[in-house]
Write a protein that binds this ligand. Sequence first.
Ligand code: GLA
Length: 746
Amino acid sequence: MNESKIYVSKDAKEFHIMGKDFSYVFYILKNGQLGHLYYGKRLNPSNIYSQKAYYETYGNTCTVFENDESFSLDIIPQEYPSYGTSDYRQPAIEVIQEDGSHITDFKYDSYTIYEGKKQLYKLPSTFVHKDKDSITLEIKLKDYIINATLILSYTLFKESDVLVRSSKIINNGNKDLQIKRLLSMSIDFKSSNYEMLTLTGSWTRERHIQTYPLHKGLQSTSSTRGTSSTAFNPFFALKDNLANEHTGEVYGFNLIYSGNHIGQVEVDTFLQARVQQGINYFNFSFLLKKGDELESPESILVYSCNGLNKMSQKFHKFYLNHLIPPKWANCARPILVNNWEATYFDFNEDKILELAGLSKKIGAELFVLDDGWFGKRNNDKTSLGDWYCNLDKIPSGLKGLSEKICNMGLDFGIWIEPEMISKESELFKKYPNWVLQFKNRKLTTGRNQYVLDLSNPAVVKHIYETISDLIIKTEYISYIKWDFNRTLTEVGSLSFEPKHQQEIAHRYVMGMYELYSLLTKKFPHILIEGCAAGGGRFDSGILAYSPQIWTSDNTDAIERLKIQYGTSICYPISSMGAHVSTTPNHQLNRLTSLKTRGDVAVFGVLGYELDLTSLPDSELECIKKQIKWYKEHRKLILEGTFYRLKSPFDGVNGNTAWSVVSEDKNNALVGYYKVLENTTHLPPNLKIYGLKPDKIYHLIGTNLTFDGLELENLGIEINSNLLSKLALIEDFKGDFKSIILEFKAK
Ligand code: GLA
């Protein structure tokens, strides 16, 4: 088998990036720009494919050369296209020049290949552990008229089989350049015979899977909200029409960015598909003066010829190995109790200590004090920005309270929302100019709060110092829930001149990353859980600092099936905060058993968010058992290979199944969730993937054994016989029921 590496043709005109499962080929066109040749299943790297590239002549097209009717950029697949010289499709780059022209002509200049990978300057990036695990190709292109350099970077992560792309433009000339668009990647596929899969939603309905066939014209997943958003996640995939979870070709793309993003596919009149991803060009413009440069975020490209599960597994492993901070990637994340749904704003020190005492009793490891502990915050109208303890509520202060909790044998964590400011706050009185705004325009509120102007370095510095001070003085903080409860409006900054105002949305995101980076560097022992009114900023940018993210404010177990299932399309199980809450559920009023709530939440980073003081001893005992079980299986769940087996988005009853399999394939856990009972249905039959075909597995709690081949092809029937062996006949009757099966190799 050919080695995963980057092959360059002898004449240095064709570049072939070859991973374990894929080939990615591009070449230099005769006009000096780059042409795209192929992205898909592996090709033979000793062939030169561009030699066979042939361009048909079509009527009514504009062409680059007077004597060549066939060379029209409107048809030729390109690697990083621009608008204005015969290509009428979406460009990857757009530069407005002082003379008003948008035209660019970036011609190939040179290439370099090196082991390892560079980090981006102001944006989070994927990283390598050892240089030889990856290889980077940089292509330098030049536009001599505007005197600018464009660098396209491609890093192949050999073991993960992932390609990471990004681009950078440098203004070498004396004239200003306005960068209107600098996408992270662009690929022209010859065919558009694919379905587009996007993750869409809203508050409490995050990352539902949406799939539709590509159609002629432009289709996209994007955000203009200043954040990656619940509406459309930065991830999207293209899959062949027959691909499913286990078979078929799938191309996944995710952007490491937490602001306005766009992933778009333009199917042209010849039914070719241009696939692109990057910072959203809507309301974006970045001024580059002589010597300035602008870098795009990284775009992660994952190819699978074995369906969606394989694509997701590659993303999961890649994120754990090359994006999430190594200290947290594969560590046993603490089982937490959070007081939010237990008390909301209505608590005092005694109540918190009582909750913490019970948290210790049930076996939790971390107690999290949520919103309401600071300033005068007894509701959501006040005090964001005033990060000092409310002594009326907590007379011992944060240090005293946290010390008491740590003395109980628990870790201690707090909630903050550092990017926000309440109108009713000391901070706002002092620094009204520190809010994102345009002079003379009324400020729009969201949850009664404004957004701090993180494009202004002075604001970032102030928040950094305030939060650092809080952490240092409190001494016992080992976890922070970093919230962000509204999207951006009036995205302008009083600290920048008018000509820079269209940079502010991007500068905000860079300021936010700077804050994350400063705090995580100073306090590497603190585990940060990202949050944004639930899962409103669940993206790869945040994962670069925060290994787990609160998945959704919807804690209903049945709704969580869809949310966790959809999130797993790209993000690892260990990144999803998943809590057991009370019944009836606060968001939906739905009644579910403690078993079902636990069986859903254990496929994530487990937590409890309900008033433990109101529970009968029998339920506390049951929670204690759940926690004990989770501790025994935590490594397998958080580090195992995740398989989606049955989708809540298919079928009429929403029944769902998923599994995790250990690296050595000796252990597996399968979660099956019966959402709606049915009088006539046959017992569900589950096919369990990823085990060793000829190994014998014991179904724990029964005397049954199966071999791996049988489990994958014939499957296992959840019938009355099996349920009675597991003593679950009664428990499994009716709606909203669940079962976890555990297999161990003999
Ligand atoms: C957001 C979070 C919740 C909780 C509240 C507190 O909505 O998603 O989990 O922390 O804020 O105000």
